[in-house]
Design a protein around this ligand. Sequence first.
Ligand code: AP5
Length: 231
Amino acid sequence: MRLVLLGPPGAGKGTQARMLRELAGIPQISSGDLLRAAVHEKTPFGLEAASYMDRGELVPDDLVLNLIDTRLGAADAKQGFILDGFPRSVAQAEALRAMLMKRRGKSVDRVIALNVPDEEIVRRISGRRTCTKCGAMYHLVSGPPRKPGVCDKCGGELYLREDDSETTVRTRLNVYNATTRPLLEYYGGLGVLRQIDGMGKPEEVDARIVAALDGLIPKTARAKSARARGN
Ligand code: AP5
């Protein structure tokens, strides 16, 4: 399954991609995580990307496309993938189409767009804490770690992302509305788009997504999703 998760910052793309990765057994490919790894390594590429990310602006296409093309070529992406945060513009969607055609003559199977109101986005992002070691995510109010500042899964330190200040989040929302939102029309026109209510508990959102993926993931995965919700 070749899946794209769309949605404004803080809509829950990363949270859902991680849940789906477990269910479907295919990798999550997050452009934001790939960029943050380059920033962390302080490569020339990472240093250039950081200046855009810190302002909440999109990193130029030539930097991002190369990163995604390389990642899509990895062995674990052969059976499918979950793209989280890419594409973010019609130009990137066209580039993705060309990358997939070049490799296997395939296209994106489904695009899930998560709808979440702006005030909930600000609430989610301001409370988000991420593990420096394993990338697990928490929310100070709705999903806190057992011990403050420490990851339940690996004991790593939790941090607040540099681009999660309220001013930068507002810029990211404006960028989403101006540049990424047109993808709803683009993928709607291709007949692969499903719009999902992103409100409610992560497990409830997951169940809506799994229902919208009917036919694309095995029945066993759907049963596992239902068990996680206690059904
Ligand atoms: P990126 O890392 O992709 O950030 P984003 O799209 O702004 O999305 P977020 O990671 O902030 O949120 P999310 O939707 O994944 O939500 P999450 O699951 O974490 O990009 C960062 C930057 O990199 C960009 O601004 C840009 O500069 C650059 N970049 C990235 N891709 C690019 C591209 N393709 N081209 C150019 N530049 C690019 O959830 C958020 C919080 O809410 C968490 O605390 C979580 O626990 C909580 N939560 C999740 N679901 C729920 C729920 N159902 N109920 C309650 N809380 C919830």
